[in-house]
Design a protein around this ligand. Sequence first.
Ligand SMILES: [Cu+2]
Length: 489
Amino acid sequence: MLLSLIFGIALLGACSQNDNKMNDMDQSTMEHEMDDDMMEGHMDHDDEVSLNDSTGKNELKIPKELEQDEKSKEIVYTVQAQKGKTEIFDGTQTDTIGYNGAFLGPMLRFNKGDIVKIKTINELDEETTFHWHGLEVAGDADGGPHSALQPGEEKVIEFKVDQEAATLWFHPHPNGKTSEQVYNGLAGLIYIEDENSKSLGLPNKYGQNDIPLIFQDRTFDDERQLNYDAAMNDDGTIGDTLLINGTLNPKLTVKKEKVRLRLLNGSNARNYTFKMNSGDSFTQVATDGGFLNDPVTLEEITLTPSERAEIVVDFSSLDTSDDLALIDEEGSILLPFDVSEQGEKAGEITEEMNQFTITEKEMNLPVTKKVELYGMMDKVTINGKKFDPERIDFTQEQGVTEVWEIYNKPDEMGGMIHPFHIHGTQFKILSRNGKEPSKSEQGWKDTISVEPDETVKVAVQFQHKGVYMFHCHILEHEDNGMMGQIKVE
Ligand SMILES: [Cu+2]
């Protein structure tokens, strides 16, 4: 009760800072709702501040594809975390951080089989790490909190890309500072390609019909700065202003053709349910870690923080006389589409895109790891404990599949969704509350939403050795200790 009171007051403070964006009516409605919440002693995410509609004023920025340091047999990249200033609002410089630039980062394209060397450099004023989210690499290359680089330090990591085509991302993971560093701009994309991804006939012209979309909600203060301390919420920092690929008020110009959207929820805490404002369906082709076996037709898709999905929208078959846009569950306009020229006539999306299987044996394995997610604000725990870098919570043998059972234990206030992530692996969802997961989740995953009182069973195998984190991907929960470690031997 006391916690939610503090939460409520903090949120009221955050709202009043933003009253230039909120009319009196909205504000009083909100305060009223918050009073009710405080009476119930619970504020759940349904009461989150809504996103402002995108006006569509700015063409969506597309992250640059990072070029190799030199063309040689070795694939060598340099990725540097640095400070900068970014003109997010016209005529205003906002202090930001980024990789190889002032804000966010480039896209790194790997091919399956590549031996990749990355020189990582920390040019920030504080420690950071370089974590490759979803990449199956050895623990010492994974960039967890044990691999901190101090200001001015650099380190070369090396790994073989040994997993199938997927959209992954990279972000910092320093102990206790992940949320602030991501919030201020550290995030980049990884595309893995393989023979399959090149032969499926999916749109693959980067920036034209193959579009990455990094969704991040932010709160800007009166000076249009990202003031993390002011915006911070222990239960997950959210904001009223959506940036996609760092673009304020974005729109996307597309041709009348099939367009592949690689959706990444790169937010600290907000969940998004994406849909078309026209009610049209789209086709999901990939999960976090690879293609689905068969394309899935959907009218909406929900992604919790760090989850990805690739979807294909066929603009050639849509009525483009009305204004088309991607919206969220509340109807907020996230990304208006400007559909102009005629595009290429694309073929059908191949059925049988992948051979993802869950074997009888995997289905019948006993549960050997139990994870209980519990709490809210700074009282979050996993199996009753907070993160301790000196403590190994689990061990697992390299190459051996084990079934993990993840349970989200409700508290007296009901509880909330926790997105659960395991480093260094792509895993399979066996069941949700004993039932088969939706078609949309029958593919490789590294992050899953777990609803209050839900039990999710997953089959987990690690291809490499090392110490890996598993944690809630609400970044403030992670920083508040909702994280454990597994040693793979
Ligand atoms: Cu959480």
